[in-house]
Design a protein around this ligand. Sequence first.
Ligand SMILES: NC(=O)c1ccc[n+]([C@@H]2O[C@H](COP(=O)([O-])OP(=O)(O)OC[C@H]3O[C@@H](n4cnc5c(N)ncnc54)[C@H](OP(=O)(O)O)[C@@H]3O)[C@@H](O)[C@H]2O)c1
Length: 305
Amino acid sequence: MLKKVLITGANSGLGKESARQLAEDPTIEKIYLGCRNKKKAMEAKKELESVTGRKIFEIIMIDVSNLDSVRHVVDHMKEPIDGIVMNAGGFGGSDFMSLTPEGTTRIYAVNVLGHAMLLERLLEQSKLTSVGIFVGTEVSRGVKGMAKRPELKQGSVGEFTSIANGTFWEKDITDAMIPYGYVKLMGVMWMSSLARKYPKVRLLSMSPGGTAGTEGTSSMPTFKRMFTKSLFEVSVLLGKMHRVDVGARRYIDGLTDLRYKSAVFYASKKGVTGDVGDQGMIFDVFNNKTFQDNARKAVLSYIRH
Ligand SMILES: NC(=O)c1ccc[n+]([C@@H]2O[C@H](COP(=O)([O-])OP(=O)(O)OC[C@H]3O[C@@H](n4cnc5c(N)ncnc54)[C@H](OP(=O)(O)O)[C@@H]3O)[C@@H](O)[C@H]2O)c1
């Protein structure tokens, strides 16, 4: 039974909505809101307390692109948590290909770098008892008319390292959607490898699907942001995307429904909405254990010095 759950990126969008939905379960005793901005975190906590009528939310200040911040959170955690949703992330801001002090791109750092340290460290210190979810995206298996399927040449440690540090791409990248699919794919592969190392904890990846009404477009230039938001709204009306309650429900299902198996990446069976299914049935790279282990080796090379 889940009693204590940490959600990263919990002050907006899917993270905040999943905290709200989780609080509907009376057996949940504590929801840790993992946020990097104190003001936004406090506003979210106040709103969540008001809409749920429960005072079970606690803020944890964490920047998942900063390893010191992540290390501090895990090492100061006094009691284990039962579940974690690694939801923080997105396109990594306007300078998404610039490098962090560790030498990874920002888009990699916000999605994978800190989450990798967070989960690996929680498990090493026996501070996660039941379930961990890495938030993926359908972009990692390609979406017709929206994003080309990522192409791995060898699935080697070197290739995954080049995805993390941006050298995978020879030309300047101006569209964040390109590295986004690859870095999320790398996160998914790392999760599957880690899941085989810790068989007693359910570790899976879940995409919320195409979700309108979040802040995910906020770092886009004004015109592109307005266009994308309108496109999302039309897509919802056409039944090709969904709203945030539907996307967040997928996290709750992943957390609570034991039919969602460890080491699997779940996302929409078709397009970016509707029923979810094992993405290894669509893109068999996700099933390649050698690639998974190589992804984890590359991930670890940036968090273990
Ligand atoms: N919306 C979609 O269609 C969709 C589809 C597939 C996957 N996803 C994934 O779903 C997740 C949530 O996205 P969303 O659409 O709900 O967007 P969102 O509303 O922008 O939420 C992202 C959250 O992540 C936080 N965050 C970003 N970088 C962080 C960092 N370095 N440290 C700590 N927190 C950080 C943000 O905090 P601030 O407010 O401080 O920026 C925000 O709370 C992302 O991982 C995204 O890639 C979204």
